[in-house]
Design a protein around this ligand. Structure first.
Ligand code: HSE
Length: 319
């Protein structure tokens, strides 16, 4: 492909949000962008080649070698395909905690895909942006899963109908949907997502497939109908979550405690180990749910912290 001309812009700063993937039955398909936290990524046309700089919490465990870095892999892939030879410096300021199941690598990948598209005026559509950003996930998860990057790029509730060809859609979640995310402090070492993917069954029984298709379909209906109760009772995953629950100490206690405090439903956020409780902001205090979740992690012998947030916007030029 021939090189496209540079616009007059030589620098861009992009914010891309954290996300909570799978949303119960939608493994590798559903995700929700979070209003908070987010990564800030600045891209400057300067120097020679591609350079990655890291700032913020968790930067010490992220590789800066371009081909091992999520943002670097995405940038390389786009620049190679479009014959872009200019030097590019990418500074990633991490706001999304690393290794917690909040789409940290995806936020950086989404920001880079979004930023390069704008900076070099490439005219990539949403499906192409998601495809490029998903390549970055190989660096951290071993597979180019697109659920987190779709949410980080497009915002709201997203679903990946197909990976090949990439076909992604975005829906607006109900306005009163609140999310409380409790994150246990557990060290799973490097490549946590890869480990959490390794325990997933390779084959599933037909009755489990039927249950998951039912719940996934109902979850999308709940988003469209703005029916929070239906949303809550559709969060069940009978395939992936039972396998991963064993890796999260206190999983059942945390779930029970959040439901007792009025949560609509509770599930693992992405690959975990964070757990996300959904609640109706008009009816319920998210902080009480979060405290109850952390108390339960504590009972299971694990320290934890929580945030209350809401579905939010996708990648955007920072102000
Ligand atoms: N769908 C991915 C997984 C999300 O569950 O492994 C990882 O954040």
């Amino acid at each position: 492909m021939s090189r496209l001309g540079l616009t007059r812009r030589t620098e861009i700063v992009v914010d891309a949000p954290a996300s909570s993937a799978n949303v119960g039955p939608g493994f590798d398909v559903f995700a929700i962008a979070l209003d908070f936290p987010f990564d800030r990524v600045s891209l400057s046309v300067k120097g020679d080649g591609l350079k990655i700089l890291l700032e913020g919490v968790g930067r010490e465990i992220i590789p800066t070698v371009v081909k091992d870095n999520t943002a670097g892999v995405v940038a390389l892939s786009i620049m190679e395909d479009f014959g872009i030879n200019s030097g590019l410096e990418i500074k990633v300021t991490k706001g999304v905690p690393v290794g917690m199941g909040l789409g940290s690598s995806a936020a950086s990948a989404a920001a880079v895909a979004f930023g390069i598209n704008k900076l070099f005026n490439l005219g990539l559509d949403n499906n192409s942006l998601v495809l490029y950003a998903s390549k970055g996930e190989v660096a951290s998860a071993g597979k180019p899963h697109a659920d987190n990057v779709a949410a980080s790029l497009l915002g709201g509730f997203t679903l990946v109908r197909s990976y090949c060809p990439m076909d992604v859609m975005k829906l607006d979640p109900p306005e009163n949907l609140g999310m409380c995310i409790a994150s246990p402090v557990i060290s799973y070492g490097a490549k946590k997502t890869e480990q959490f993917r390794a325990v997933i069954p390779k084959l599933i029984e037909l009755d489990k497939l039927v249950k998951n298709v039912g719940n996934a379909s109902a979850l999308v209906s709940a988003v469209l109908l703005k029916d929070l109760k239906l949303f809550g009772r559709s969060l069940n995953d009978t395939v992936v979550e039972p396998a991963r629950a064993k890796l999260i100490p206190g999983y059942f206690l945390v779930k029970e405690a959040a439901l007792k405090e009025g949560a609509l439903g509770v599930t693992i956020s992405g690959a975990g180990p964070s757990m996300v409780a959904f609640f109706d902001k008009n009816l319920c205090d998210g902080k009480a749910i979060g405290s109850a979740m952390c108390e339960s992690f504590n009972k299971a012998g694990v320290e934890s912290s929580f945030i209350c947030t809401s579905p939010g916007k996708g990648a955007r030029v920072a102000i």
